[in-house]
Design a protein around this ligand. Sequence first.
Ligand SMILES: Cc1cc2nc3c(=O)[nH]c(=O)nc-3n(C[C@H](O)[C@H](O)[C@H](O)COP(=O)(O)OP(=O)(O)OC[C@H]3O[C@@H](n4cnc5c(N)ncnc54)[C@H](O)[C@@H]3O)c2cc1C
Ligand code: SF4
Length: 316
Amino acid sequence: MRAFTYERAKDAVEAARIVAGRPDAKFIAGGTNLLDLMKLEIETPTHLVDVQDLGFDKIEKTRDGGLRIGALVTNTDLAADERVRRDYGVLTRAIVAGASGQLRNKASTAGNLLQRTRCPYFYDTNMACNKRKPGSGCAAIGGYSRQLGVIGVSNACIATFPGDMAVAMRVLDAAIETVDGGGQKRSIPIAEFHRLWGDRPEIDTVLKPGELITAVTLPRPIGGRHFYEKVRDRASYAYALVSVAAVIQRDGTGRVAFGGVAPRPWRVEAADALLPQGAAAVTARAFQGATPTRDNAFKLPLATRALASVIAQAKA
Ligand SMILES: Cc1cc2nc3c(=O)[nH]c(=O)nc-3n(C[C@H](O)[C@H](O)[C@H](O)COP(=O)(O)OP(=O)(O)OC[C@H]3O[C@@H](n4cnc5c(N)ncnc54)[C@H](O)[C@@H]3O)c2cc1C
Ligand code: SF4
């Protein structure tokens, strides 16, 4: 691990200003992803700005009946919140399907959205990886790609966004609130937050350098029954091969997003409209234009079966 300096930020704009002004600086929250990457020298910041003392650890009601989740609310606290469990059950289910209890106690809402891919070649510094080292190539293309993406990928990178929480947030139409070093605030719909990285896979999101996430807002509850089905290689401590987040109404209409398949939580609104016609109709539309590899083509029928299971549960 490279040597680094460390400070605990006391002011959000000041924290953003410091990180924006130093390409070698990064924010740190729970550290559960960043520190692992630093130990492997995949991330090599020489200065860390700890954002845990900024007071972004509350979940509050918004004026329009939604919720505002502070960026530093832990995954454990978010999943356990009574309002989240009652009105946004898909979010609780997705969070508890991820990582382990110990990790969720430390992992923050912002850090979870910004966790990096789990492509095995990204973690192996002996292998070519455009995401880790731009222009070096992609060892996964033509290599071992069982866990990797089937849609929204590019010739430069076929990795996926690996998280669970964000897939549920996509179904709920969450928005990410930020502030930059000039004090400028903005709200980014989650649909636009994670990039389809094209020929720049080293850039995961639309955040500008030093832009600090302060909160995630959820619109008012949409009712319905909430599901998160995660298919993985073992029952715990494993990332999704395919996951399905869904909110299904009594009449069979609803919303659905898939995880483990693309560079971002994958939702196609036109496919939502096909829910009453069944799982195959939804996935045929949602995965139109998919480019699976020989290793991961199984993800397409798996997505259909996972969604069919959710629809069956909704009807039960
Ligand atoms: C063994 C293991 C298994 C896991 N399994 C799963 C799983 O099954 N499902 C799943 O979804 N996740 C899983 N995770 C990932 C885990 O959820 C993330 O590591 C965690 O959510 C990251 O949050 P953090 O607060 O620790 O982020 P950190 O590691 O502190 O930061 C991550 C990134 O976010 C940036 N950052 C942090 N806060 C802010 C902010 N406020 N504004 C801007 N940038 C910020 C940091 O600079 C860094 O780049 C697993 C992790 C491990 C180690
Ligand atoms: S798929 Fe992406 S993350 Fe994996 S090796 Fe290729 S460029 Fe790197």
